[in-house]
Design a protein around this ligand. Structure first.
Ligand SMILES: [Ca+2]
Length: 526
């Protein structure tokens, strides 16, 4: 007889699967130990695949199901690809050693392809999660919103519907493959993926037991509008930055502010103590006089960068950025703002351009640099209705007992951490104060980290484990550890501090080894 502690794990309505599950679950001998409560006894990957081949579950048609052998980094799993008509494609990965939980990994940009098994998705599979990712309902470049021009359903899937739609099918597939529903379901995503997480938190508060929203692109109208404004400033006569000018500006900020966090490490970890005034770099007379100064046109770019933007009477806003001293990092301004000398290759230009063409002007040949962002308030309302996830009233999420972790890179040149801070403050206000928010929300800023990852700061933290401990053991996350790795080797660590704290160096002076250890930093109020 299987032990009683084992039996409840097996709820398959498919006798063969239930029997298979029993084999690894005490197997008929009362002498054997009961299984770990967190590792369900499950069919093999091959059997999980066979159970799903050709199935239609919750309107999803399985198009392929095949076992993928263990590799150097990934465990053995059953790879399931499926489509919800007409063209919402997703991939479910079912590990042999399942931890009983489901992980939904979000997309990026304008989506258009299924995220691969790397990064956070790989981390989750390694931890035993069944993982699922989708293309959000269309195929194409993540830099193109062409899908939204004439296809309202595709636009709605991208905006808010793809996650709950895919989840419905994914949960049924997990049930069929393993013989039991997931005990917990978590969501994690960055950038547009972070927006998708907040959208779910706001509109489907019972969908996930926990959500990790990293660098969330939640205020779509606001940040796209600021992309448009910055792109116009960079494209203006004399607005371009040479790499030497960009390096000059960044170094000037570091020279003024790097040490304010207790250590000169190339990262300004306490930006609130930095009051660098870029006008000290102004070329005499304001005209460009070479790489040792900034012209008025270039200072106008900086001014656009650091000041808030607002449209339609304040209905749509974006708070702007803080100068960090790492604007010259390859993943910062060169990628997002200046395009290494060709601003029409910079991502801020490209994202606002496709947004103007396909959502606002609805004209594929519209010159976005000539487009007035709020020329049509109705167009902004429509874009916001589809994509904005700006509702801060998360009381339904809190009431569902779910948890939310917000994270943002301090050197993010795509989406300002100031916007996520504003959202966090909005949640605090909406749920009745800090103590109430502390019961279900945590917010972290990672100094010196670019958009989602990269940059000179420590960009890797296992937020999923922190979330799971909070949900399953009521162990609320405090200070976490962030790592910077290269080719799998840890270069240095830092504490990842709860907002608004920053990591202040408190170790011995002039000690390179000590400076690489998180234990020599103390999370400190600004
Ligand atoms: Ca520093």
């Amino acid at each position: 007889m299987p032990s009683l502690s084992c039996t409840p794990l097996i709820r398959s309505t498919i006798p063969a699967l239930a029997a298979l599950a029993m084999v690894g679950c005490g197997g008929g001998s009362s002498e054997e130990s009961p299984p770990s409560p967190t590792i369900a006894s499950i069919p093999t990957a091959e059997q999980a695949c066979a159970a799903l081949s050709g199935k239609v579950l919750a309107s999803a048609t399985v198009t392929a199901a095949a076992t993928v052998a263990a590799s150097g980094t990934a465990p053995m799993y059953c790879k399931v690809t499926a489509t919800i008509a007409p063209q919402l494609n997703f991939e479910l990965r079912l590990p042999q050693q399942w931890n009983g939980k489901l992980y939904y990994g979000g997309g990026g940009g304008y989506d258009g392809s299924i995220p691969d098994l790397s990064g956070a998705n790989l981390n989750a599979l390694q931890q035993g999660y069944a993982t699922v990712n989708s293309d959000s309902g269309h195929s194409g470049s993540s830099l193109s919103a062409a899908f939204a021009l004439n296809d309202t359903y595709a636009a709605n899937l991208f905006g808010s519907l793809s996650v709950p739609t895919v989840m419905s099918s994914a949960k049924e597939m997990v049930q069929t493959a393993y013989g039991k529903s997931p005990e917990r379901s978590y969501y994690e995503g960055c950038s547009n993926g972070g927006r998708e997480g907040l959208m779910a938190a706001q509109r489907d508060p019972n969908l996930f037991d926990g959500v990790i929203a990293r660098a969330p692109a939640y205020n779509w109208v606001g940040f796209m509008g600021q992309f448009n404004r910055t792109a116009k400033a960079v494209a203006a006569q004399g607005g371009q930055f040479t790499s030497a000018k960009l390096a000059l500006m960044a170094k000037s900020v570091r020279d003024a502010c790097d040490s304010s966090d207790g250590i000169v490490d190339g990262v300004v970890s306490n930006p609130r103590a930095c009051s660098f005034d870029p006008s000290v770099l102004r070329c005499a007379g304001g005209a460009d006089a070479g790489d040792s100064c900034l012209s008025d046109a270039q200072l106008a770019v900086v001014n656009s960068w650091t000041t808030p933007a607002s449209w339609t009477g304040g209905m749509y806003t974006n708070p702007g950025w803080t100068l960090t001293g790492n604007e010259d990092d390859p993943g910062a301004w060169p990628l997002w703002v200046t395009g290494n000398g060709n601003m029409q290759t910079a991502l801020q230009y490209l994202f606002q351009d496709t947004t103007v063409k396909n959502y606002l002007a609805r004209d594929p040949v519209q010159d976005s640099l000539a487009y007035i962002w709020d020329a049509s308030p109705n167009a902004l309302y429509g874009l916001a209705a589809l994509n904005d996830a700006t509702n801060t009233d998360l009381r339904p999420l809190k009431d569902s007992d779910a948890k939310l972790i917000l994270w943002h890179g301090g050197n993010d040149a795509a989406l300002s951490h100031k916007a996520t801070t504003a959202y966090y403050q909005g949640v605090i206000n909406a749920v009745g104060g800090q103590a109430s928010a502390d019961q279900f929300v945590r917010y972290y800023i990672a100094p010196g980290v670019d958009h989602c990852s990269g940059g000179p700061g420590a960009d890797e933290t296992d937020l999923l484990s922190a979330l799971d401990a909070w949900v399953t053991r009521d162990s609320a996350p405090g200070t976490l550890i962030a790592r910077k790795t290269s080719a799998g080797a840890t270069q240095f660590t830092r504490p990842l501090c709860l907002y608004p704290q920053y990591p202040r160096y408190t170790g011995p002076a002039n000690d390179t080894a000590a400076a690489a250890q998180a234990s020599n930093y103390t999370c400190t109020p600004p």
